[in-house]
Structure formats: structure tokens, C-alpha cells
Design a binder for this molecule. Structure first.
Ligand code: HEM
Length: 425
């Protein structure tokens, strides 16, 4: 929660900051990830504390009970988003879902996208499987070309996820080495990198009039990214024949027929920004989850063997895993969560209840709209990968810990890894 004003009377306590910059310096210099630093602050100042980042005050909530009280019990009060130079740039002035202000227009676009994703992922299983599995020929060719030497699985997984989302949004796929796909991935990463290193204008607004080289580069990169999305949308508008766009169309027609919503709120910029959200919020989240899966399965070969055994027993080798297998494949989908987020299986392999603080998709009014798509897509790719391939550590790296994280301010990234892949049959 952010504000440029501090209500001194009831304002939560927090670490003392410097004039003008607030707590920026100590946060930037601290080598620990923000989650660890904030937990330390919470011990000192309580579960609700404040920090100042440049001119902006932020109130930080810590602990599952406090967060749930805010996001669920006081959902509307906490549904808004702060703005900044960088988010305004990314979202053409807050016209997307992820950073958009809580407004009638935002609500309508979120409702439209959320219903369309849920319809797609929980409706006709075969249609969703077809969409995800459309990447299988290219992914198989890519992995088969890596059989002889160690490789970093990140690029193969990135191309797969971007292609699933391209099918979803544009009804098209790219070759893994298509210059357009490579450029799209590059632009998205570059924007992340440039924005991630922080812009002074976000914290001290006067700096937006002093364009630094980094700021100019970010503007150019993002202009090209948005241009790409617009062009693809334009090119494929006529061919919209399935997937998300078909569902979005059905949902919007239904909403229109019900006459409850103001359809004038649907604008070209909002549509471009919703699709842009899919390519930002829906890419790295899924790619890093899959990358962690591969790294963890390599670190724990006995778990990988059990996953492969279960897939062999339930699915066999003559067909692809299906969403209908979810009831039978009990061990397989738990593996990423077990190692990543805590221990969700007991000694006998039974699923334990999730800990209270387990909210990977957040909760409340801003809960992830891609949760059903992400869960279904990750289940299918994970099961398929270990049905067909075995991953292991390269010779000479037996002692390296492949489950080691590389914590960044907001997320616990995985360290770069190289793995060896073999075909199982
Ligand atoms: C493993 C995969 C994913 C994880 C862990 C994840 C997690 C999250 C979380 C924690 C949030 C809330 C962020 C916040 O409050 O600031 C969020 C929001 C969002 N996610 Fe996801 N997500 C995933 C996949 C996806 C996918 C596949 C899509 C789209 C196809 C998507 C679209 C969005 C959007 C648009 C929002 C903004 C919602 C709003 O502000 O109302 N996500 N996601």
C-alpha cells in the first residue's frame, strides 16, 4: 500500500529513513532479498510497518492472518494499485489489469478475461489439451537436439510457454528459432531488466523530466513490445477461431446481451493491454515454475523416478497425459509444490493441507486471473516431460545443489543450471 502522504497520528512505525531518499539506500545495499529484510523489520516494528521509498510511503503487511484480513475482509479497500512512472509507461497510463486502478472499466476487463480463461481451462478439456500440446512437435525436436550435451533448459521452456500464450492470444505459433519469437522474448527480458534495476522517476517524480539513458532505452524497448502485440492482434483479428479469443468473444457477447455492463468501456488500448498482461504476468511465472521443476527433479532423482513410474502406470506410453488423469496422478502434480513451497506430502506420500500462508496466486480482488490456465498447463507439460525424458546432472557436477535459489528482491529465482537429457523410450 503506497501513499505520498504520511498520516503521522496513526501511521505504522518503521525504520528511520534519510531525507529525500527514505529507506532506498539501506534496501538497495542490503544483499538479502526483500522478503527476508521485511521479515526482520516485522520482528522489530510489528506485522504492519511502514517504509519510505523516495517521496512515497509504503505500508507493508506481514504474516498470513494480516494479509488475509486485508485482502479478503477489506477486499475493496485494498483492491487499488499505486502508479509510478514505469507502471504508467508499461500500461499506457494504467489501462491493463495487473496495474490498473480499481474502476468500472478495470472491473469489466478483468471479468471478461477471468471468465474467458476459466472457461478455456475448465471447460472442454480436449480443447485446452490441444492448445497446450500444439507445442509438443517443436519441444520434442528441440529436446532431441540436446541429447548429446548438457544444456540450460530455460530457453526450451521459454519458447514453449510463449508459444502456448501466442496460440491462446493470436491463434498462431512460432518456430522455436523464429526471429520474431526470439525478439519478443528478448524485449520482455530487457524490459524486466531495465525496470527491475529501478527508475529514479518512480520514487522522485521530478526525475521523469531528466531522461537517463536507461529510461530512454526502456521507453524504446517497450514501444517495440507494444507495437509487436498490436501488429499480431491486427494480423490475426480476422482469424480468431478458438481458444481465449473465442471464449473472450462468447463472454463479452453474453455480458453485452445481459445489458448489465457498459460496453463502451471496452477500448482498443485496454484489449492490447490485457494481451500484454498475458505475455508478462503469464510467462516468467510459468517458465520459472517449470525451470524449478526440472532443477528439483534433477536434484532428487528418486522423486523423478517415482513421478515417471506413476505416469507410466496411469498414462502408459501410447498416449499423452490428459487433464482427466489429474485424479489418478496424485504424486506427479504435488512434486513442484512439495519441494518449492514447503512439504505438502507426508512420509507416505499423502497430500497434507496447505500451510495458511500458501497463496501462490494471491487472494482477494486481485487474485491471479490465470490460475486455472497455469495449473492446467503446468500439469500437462510436467507430466509430458517426465513421461518422455529423464533429466540428470552433467558429469563433474554431481556435488552441485540444483535446488539452490538465487533470491531477487521480489522472487526466489533459480540459479542457472545445465542438465543432461535422455529419452526414456
Ligand atoms: C505459475 C504461474 C503463475 C503464478 C504463480 C501467478 C501468480 C500471480 C500472483 C501472485 C498475482 C497477484 C500479483 C499482485 O497482487 O501483485 C497474479 C496476478 C495476475 N496474473 Fe498470475 N500467476 C501465474 C500465471 C498466470 C498466467 C498464465 C496468466 C495469464 C494467462 C496470469 C495473469 C495474471 C494477471 C493478469 C494478474 C493481475 C490480476 C489483477 O491485478 O487483478 N498469471 N498472478
Amino acid at each position: 500500500m503506497e501513499s505520498t502522504e504520511q498520516n503521522t497520528k496513526d501511521f505504522p512505525p518503521g525504520p528511520k529513513g534519510w531525507p529525500l531518499v527514505g529507506n532506498i539506500i539501506e534496501l538497495a545495499r542490503n544483499e538479502k532479498p526483500a522478503s527476508v529484510v521485511f521479515t526482520e523489520y516485522a520482528k522489530e516494528y510489528g506485522n504492519i510497518f511502514s517504509i519510505r521509498v523516495g517521496k512515497r510511503w509504503a505500508v507493508v503487511l506481514n504474516g498470513a492472518a494480516t494479509i488475509k484480513e486485508a485482502l479478503l475482509k477489506k477486499g475493496v479497500e485494498f483492491a487499488n494499485r499505486t502508479t509510478s512512472y514505469t507502471t504508467d509507461l508499461f500500461t499506457e497510463g494504467g489501462q491493463d489489469i495487473a496495474f490498473g486502478q480499481y474502476s468500472p472499466s478495470w472491473k469489466l476487463h478483468r471479468k471478461l478475461a477471468f471468465s474467458a480463461f476459466r472457461k478455456l481451462a475448465t471447460g472442454d478439456n480436449k480443447r485446452f489439451e490441444k492448445l497446450v500440446y500444439s507445442i509438443i512437435p517443436a519441444l520434442t525436436a528441440n529436446l532431441d537436439s540436446k541429447l548429446s550435451e548438457p544444456f540450460d533448459p530455460h530457453t526450451s521452456l521459454s519458447s514453449s510457454i510463449y508459444n502456448i500464450l501466442a496460440s491462446l492470444c493470436f491463434g498462431k505459433q512460432y518456430e522455436f528459432d523464429d526471429p520474431q519469437l526470439t525478439r519478443l522474448i528478448y524485449l520482455s527480458k530487457e524490459a524486466d531488466k531495465l525496470a527491475g534495476s529501478g527508475s529514479l522517476a518512480d520514487f522522485i517524480p521530478i526525475f521523469k523530466y531528466v531522461p537517463t539513458p536507461g529510461q530512454r532505452k526502456l521507453e524504446a524497448v517497450w514501444k517495440e513490445f507494444l507495437g509487436f502485440i498490436s501488429q499480431e492482434l491486427e494480423e490475426h483479428r480476422e482469424k480468431y477461431d478458438g481458444g481465449f479469443h473465442r471464449d473472450a468473444l462468447t463472454v463479452s457477447t453474453r455480458i453485452k446481451d445481459e445489458g448489465k455492463e457498459d460496453m463502451n468501456l471496452i477500448t482498443e488500448t485496454r484489449i492490447r493491454q490485457t494481451v500484454t498482461d498475458v505475455f508478462t504476468a503469464g510467462t516468467d511465472t510459468s517458465i520459472f515454475t517449470l525451470q524449478w521443476c526440472v532443477g528439483l527433479m534433477v536434484q532428487y532423482p528418486e522423486v523423478q523416478a517415482k513421478v515417471a513410474e506413476e505416469v507410466d502406470r496411469v498414462v502408459g506410453r501410447d498416449r499423452l497425459p490428459s487433464l482427466d488423469d489429474r485424479g489418478e496422478l496424485v504424486y506427479t502434480p504435488q512434486q513442484p509444490c512439495t519441494r518449492l513451497c514447503g512439504h505438502f506430502l507426508d512420509e507416505s506420500g499423502k497430500v497434507r493441507l496447505h500451510p495458511e500462508g500458501f497463496m501462490p496466486f494471491s487472494t482477494g480482488r486481485r487474485v491471479c486471473i490465470g490460475e486455472s490456465v497455469a495449473k492446467a498447463e503446468l500439469f500437462l507439460i510436467f507430466a509430458w516431460l517426465f513421461q518422455h525424458y529423464k533429466f540428470s546432472k552433467p558429469i563433474g557436477q554431481e556435488e552441485k545443489d540444483f535446488s539452490e535459489g538465487n533470491p531477487q528482491p521480489a522472487v526466489n529465482m533459480m540459479k542457472d543450471i545445465e542438465v543432461v537429457v535422455e529419452k526414456r523410450f
